[in-house]
Design a protein around this ligand. Sequence first.
Ligand code: GAR
Length: 213
Amino acid sequence: MDRKFKVAVLVSGGGTNLQAILDAQKSGVINSAEVSLVISNRADAYALRRAHDRGVEAMVITKKKGAVSEYDVPVIEVSKENFEAEIIKAIDEREIDLIVLAGFMCILSENFTKHYEDKIINVHPSLIPSFCGEGFYGLHVHEAALAKGVKVTGATVHFVNEIPDGGRIIAQKAVAVEEGDTPEILQRRVMEEAEWIILPEAIERISNERLHK
Ligand code: GAR
């Protein structure tokens, strides 16, 4: 069998994007890549259960003291200074080819992003350059879109550099805002109609291109 691109997915929460990636692997939408590591900065992230259920190696790397995980995964407690170094160690030990930020709610330093130039991608729940940058994450993005009264929003997959949400755009998909939307309803629609589609597609495309170049 041909070699597959080794992917690490970094998460912080529910992990529905991780689930979409794992499902895309199963259905064949992702054929050139394989998730071989999931790292969460939170011990209570449900994404850990999703990884565990699919037999994917998962771990917690956290700055929080005394964190325990109910998901039967190793918990590595680190100081603020060692947080990124520990993530780099885990990734480099496994010779990961591509890092996917899927709801990872930490801003990574320039030191980290330079170490993996063009090897980190992120999914963001708006059409960048709208509603992005520091402070725009998760539900806040949809709250801001509704407050502005935009009629169209969407999701973006982009490379990660030292500027929050500032790296080269890989894919975007527009989603309609509807009358009566709440942030939660809009978030769900953006996930279903955009994020869960363009993120797995981007992983496949990048992995395929790089494996065969
Ligand atoms: C997703 O909507 C993702 O785009 C967003 O957080 C959610 C995570 O959901 N990410 C950001 O806002 C990053 N700036 P998930 O844990 O269910 O995949």
